[in-house]
Design a protein around this ligand. Sequence first.
Ligand SMILES: Nc1ncnc2c1ncn2[C@@H]1O[C@H](COP(=O)(O)OP(=O)(O)OP(=O)(O)O)[C@@H](O)[C@H]1O
Length: 328
Amino acid sequence: MITVRGLARRFTLRGRSVDAVKGIDFDVADGELVGFLGPNGAGKTTTLRMLTTLLRPTGGSGTVAGCDLLTDPQGVRRRIGFVAQGGSSWPESKVAEEIELQARLYGLSRTEARRRGAALAERLDLAGLDQRPAKTLSGGQRRRLDIALGLVHDPALVFLDEPTTGLDPQSRANLWDHVRRMRAEQGTTVFLTTHYLDEADALCDRILVTDHGTIVAEGTPDELKARVAGDAITVEVAADRSAEAAELAGRLPGAHEVTVVAETVRFRVPRGDAALPDLLRTLDGRGITMASVKVSRPTLDDVFLGLTGRSLRDTEPAPEAMEAAGAA
Ligand SMILES: Nc1ncnc2c1ncn2[C@@H]1O[C@H](COP(=O)(O)OP(=O)(O)OP(=O)(O)O)[C@@H](O)[C@H]1O
């Protein structure tokens, strides 16, 4: 459904160049749900804008939904749906009018546009809001309207740019359900950008991790997590005993990546459950009391940290804060 080779985009502004996307290669199969994951400024939106023909690549080539990106951008546009970050609804328009207008722009008859509009409103929990101007909708409702506008012509391939940024946790979970159902019921191929790790983990068949305009890793969420060597154990002890606790932890079989910050000792072992009794015995034997201990399975954030030296969590906005801002 998508094939790109050497796709690149350079921006030149007042004599200075930025290589936002540096010659990336990837493929997306029919019916796949692929996440494009990366921190702010990684090049996600620029890539999406090239794939949706809103921005001309400065290098490389690609086909999207069977059409050549460079020689048949009209063909690409006819076959895809795109839900942009900022949304595309007109604030004064009523929900039903907006969906119908969008459907008509794609050449659907008035009757068909109404039928599809009503079905989408039902599916995206917008039923009952059809006479409400878009500007009066909550952040979550507006986002679902944006999605309805991107899907109204039943595209085989949908691009979603950070679809749940700004939504509260419940609206995010609802949206995930809608995306899953769309794929299950219609076999829609979905390519979405996100900087929420849990979203990529819960939703995507496959993840492309991007940073600084290149793809630094790809695989299923489980494949990516399997790259991280083992479980993390975090122990809190009295600050004046933490160095000693770290030294003891470092002697456990297979222990590595031992770090100490104030009273917190963190390290990795191949199997957290197997190492824990040993750790407890050893610390107890030295009279070191633990205030807490936590074993965590590898997460996508660990993968990202390992690949780039940066935590994606540092770049995530808090959903609640964004929702409040979006609803204001
Ligand atoms: N029109 C432009 N002119 C100059 N530089 C740009 C332009 N658009 C994007 N960039 C630069 O290209 C890089 C990639 O930006 P892009 O918006 O694609 O990142 P992103 O991964 O989508 O980030 P975010 O998560 O914040 O949306 C950034 O350094 C950005 O400043």
